[in-house]
Design a protein around this ligand. Sequence first.
Ligand code: AMP
Ligand code: MG
Length: 181
Amino acid sequence: MRVVAAGVPGVGKTSILEEVAKRANYPIVNFGTLMFEMAKEEGLVEHRDQMRKLPIEIQRDLQKRAAERISGMSDVIVDTHFTIKTPSGYFPGLPRWVLEAMNPEMLVVIEASPEEIYGRRMKDATRDRDVEGVDEINEHLQVNRYSAFACSMYTGATVLILKNNDGQLDRAVERFMEALR
Ligand code: AMP
Ligand code: MG
């Protein structure tokens, strides 16, 4: 099955997927890493968190090329974003051409409370996360849900809303595994 898993930065998507990859025999592809490898090689950025500040047409071009690389894969979970917060507003991570290239059957919206996400971002020194308040995080969570259902209408994919609350990573992984079976 082709699966897209996404959520706001700091929700713990990569942690969940690393655990799912260990338990299931599913290859995980990080969309941002595919984009970053190209962007770095082309001298556009040095850090992955600089990509969302690039001119939109450049982000869109990197996005298209990353989607093409995924289009040939069959069973895969793609770690990505429904929307990316850029200086010019929410940039869709899954516009029509990306959906057509990836053709997902299931969309997983990973969520936690805005307060939990705020706390996790504060603790993660490895990333250059945007400094956002709880209200802004909450808006982004809502925008991602709208976006997931727009993608669902376009592809016919199911939408699984997966909670990753503090101290319950195992439960989230278990629910994800159940959906894959
Ligand atoms: P991540 O490590 O998942 O936070 O992704 C790093 C960066 O990759 C994001 O901040 C975006 O700039 C970019 N990215 C990831 N997925 C997409 C996508 N589907 N469309 C556009 N940009 C993306
Ligand atoms: Mg990640």
